[in-house]
Each structure stands twice: as C-alpha cells, then as structure tokens.
Design a protein around this ligand. Structure first.
Ligand code: XMP
Length: 317
C-alpha cells in the first residue's frame, strides 16, 4: 500500500531514468503542487532543472519576494521574472472572467516561452498537475461560461514542443502534502492554501488596475494574517478576499463616504470539488472587518460570503 516515503523514493528513481542528462524547464507558482513536483525533479537531476517564477502582478502582498527566497533556500535553480506591466497591459479594459483568464494564460505563456528559450536544448516541461486538476480542467463552471480554462494544465506543451513530466498527476492534495513533508519542504509552503493561477485577477470583479490590486492585496493580507494569528489558517481549506465592483455609503466623522465593498471568503473542503463556508468565530470576523476598514483606504464595507459549493463556486469569477 501507498506510503509517501516509498512514493518519493521510487519517483526520484524513475525520474532519473526517464530524464537522464536532459534539461527540464518548469514554471513555479508558489503553491504546494509545483513546489513538491520541482523538488522531486531537482532531487533526480539537480541543476538541469530550470525553474521560472513569474510575478504576474496578481499575487498576494509580498508573495513574490517571500516565495522566491523559499525556493532559493530549497536549492532550486530558479529565476524570478517581473512581468507585472505586461499582465496589466494585457488585462486592460477586460471585464469578462474567461477573457481575463485567457489574457492571463496567454501572457504567462509568452513570458515563460521567452524565458525558456534562453535555456539551450530544453527537452522537457515539468508540471505540478495533480489528479483533481485533470478532472476539473474539463468541468463546467456555470451557465455563462463553458469550460474553465485552467491555464496551468493546457497550452504550454503544444506551443513549446516539449515532452511533459508531471510526477504528481495521480495524487490528491493531501498525498502531495505528505510527500512534501517527507522530502522536507518547509511548512509555510506545504500548508499554504490553494491559490488560483489567475490569482487576484479573478478576485477583482470587473476590470483590473494596479491600484485595485494594491487595495485587494492589503485587504487580503489583513484577512490571511488574521487567520494565522488566531490559529485558524490551518482549519480552513482556502481563504481570500474579493474586491466588489460596488460602492456603498458610509460615514466617517460628520462626512458621508462612498467607497468600495469587499467580500471575505473562507471555505472548508477536502479537494475543492465541494466546499462549505467556514464557520469562523464572530469575534474574529469583527476584528478583521474593523482592521480592514480602519487601515485600507477606499474600503468602507466588509461582507462575509456564506454560500456553499455547489451551487456557488469558491471563486466569484
Ligand atoms: P471554483 O471557483 O471552481 O474553484 O470552486 C475550485 C478551485 O480551483 C481554483 N481555481 C482555479 N485555479 N486556475 C487555477 O489554477 C483557474 O482559473 C481557477 N479557477 C478556480 C479555486 O481557487 C479553487 O481552489
């Protein structure tokens, strides 16, 4: 029967045989899956694994710098690419969720492709695909949207004519985490909540601007740090904030304000396919709401999403 130790050992061995002296290029996302996949491949072929970590301008606050350092600490051969401007330009004026996903996916491929071409004789593309991705990538999202374009599954290989290596494509998330623990990946990476490839791009409803990203990053960081401070982070499966395209009236002193509303979403789940809203303590929600409204300029109202999946999805777009 399955153990993470046996899986790690046999996977590294078979990667060595399969890859030999070939070079592999891989995009890292900061998430558990790509980190574990990259570390297994790195154990098999060392510096022949070239990792690329792209700042798409849609990551959490300080995430790019922090994650890049974690990767360097793991010994991975990684380069960080600041492509914020390219992503914001590609997203300019777009409001439809699938159009935004496609623009983000396309831009990612362009940036990644340009970086990958700087490496001589790459033969393989490494991917952190896990079993549920294989299923979800063909699932139907909603009435107005046909198929969700999970850009981390499709797209790249056809364009780059690379063979694919995906050491985790038969595992579920909890198994990936066990393997990660087995190969000593730090817990701040292992226990990190899932985060969608399009990032904050699908949590800013409507069009995206650098200013909106900054507002949402500040809100999200208060929420996530609050969960960590109150020891609630590990009890929810995923959490984040959504910037609503809604302004509402508030008061500040004697003045009326007319500012943004944000939604907080936290869910419990096993695999993301179904989810319940997390029954977070009222006191915690009260503290976080006050901190957000007091500290984040431009936000005067916070609501908490109490919808379960199905029928509501985890993301709002
Ligand atoms: P939904 O919103 O469909 O999300 O309930 C289920 C899980 O998938 C993540 N998600 C995405 N991940 N690209 C991704 O890489 C996407 O376009 C995307 N859309 C949703 C979501 O964060 C949740 O973990």
């Amino acid at each position: 029967d399955w153990t993470s130790a046996a899986f790690a050992e046999s996977t590294v061995q078979s990667l060595k045989e399969k890859l030999g002296n070939d070079k592999v290029v891989m995009g890292l996302s900061g998430g558990v899956d790509s980190s574990v996949a990259a570390t297994l491949i790195h154990k098999a072929i060392g510096q022949n694994l070239y990792c690329i970590f792209v700042d798409n301008g849609l990551l959490r606050k300080n995430e790019f710098e922090e994650v890049l350092h974690s990767y360097q600490d793991l010994g991975l051969n990684v380069i960080g690419v600041d492509a914020k401007k390219e992503f914001y330009a590609a997203l300019s004026g777009l409001t439809d969720p699938e159009a935004k996903r496609k623009a983000i996916g396309r831009t990612f491929i362009e940036i990644f492709d340009a970086e990958a071409h700087k490496i001589q004789d790459v033969k393989w593309l490494g991917q952190g695909t896990i079993y549920p991705d294989v299923i979800e990538s063909v699932s139907v999202k909603g009435p107005s949207v046909t198929i969700k374009s999970h850009h981390n599954v499709g797209g790249l290989p056809e364009k780059m004519k690379l063979k694919i290596v995906e050491p985790l494509n038969a595992l579920f998330k909890d198994e990936v985490r066990e393997v990660g623990r087995q190969i000593n990946i730090p817990t701040n990476i292992l226990n990190r909540h899932p985060f969608p490839g399009p990032g904050l791009g699908i949590r800013i409803l409507g069009d995206i601007t650098a200013e909106k990203v900054q507002v949402l990053q500040d809100v999200d960081s208060i929420f996530i740090n609050g969960l960590k401070k109150h020891n609630l982070y590990d009890s929810v499966w995923q959490a984040g904030a959504i910037l609503l395209p809604v302004q509402s009236v508030g008061v500040m002193g004697d003045e009326r304000t007319y500012e943004n509303a944000v939604a907080l979403r936290a869910v419990t789940s096993v695999d993301g396919m179904t989810a319940d809203w997390a029954h977070l303590p009222y006191e915690f929600l009260a503290d976080v709401s006050n901190e957000i409204i007091n500290k984040v300029k431009g936000v005067n109202r916070v609501v908490y999403d109490i919808s379960s999946k199905p029928p509501a999805t985890i993301e709002w777009e």
